[in-house]
Design a protein around this ligand. Sequence first.
Ligand code: HEC
Length: 138
Amino acid sequence: MQNNQQTATIAKADTSSVDSNDCVATKYPNDDKPMALMMRQMADNTAKMKELVLAGKPVTADAFPFIRFHLVEPTDPDVLQPQFFENARLFQEAHKNLVGAKVAEQKELYTAYINQCINCHQTYCSGPLKRINKLKIN
Ligand code: HEC
């Protein structure tokens, strides 16, 4: 038990020292780049989508159009790698599947959608993962 706790602490310390994958907003508090602002909007929208899915109400493309975050300037230009754009494509597909779905299928497709947020964030921006995990439907 104690060993596990120790491992967890070390892992946490290691993550926070990996600067390039950290991407916390407070790093550049007065210079928010368009991609960061769009991500915030997406996270707010996703919280609303979650409520609708849980209430059995439709998540529509009109209310939640795809936000083209991958075409705007990020805080860290190093993220703009082929894998980032491939992740963005997979995410856009998951978004399209969700907003076009029947209410009965929304819960499953919402989970697939959130998994694509997580997929990209594990590689490019681990800072917000805790917040994104709270958007999951269990
Ligand atoms: C293709 C990759 C990718 C996908 C998919 C993605 N993100 Fe992000 N996210 C990023 C990157 C890169 C940043 C850093 C943006 C910047 O600082 O310019 C970011 C930043 C964020 C932030 C922090 C914004 C801030 O305040 O600075 C949040 C919150 C966030 N994303 C939530 C989400 C949610 C929720 C989803 C899914 C609905 C999602 N992201 C999908 C790559 C992605």
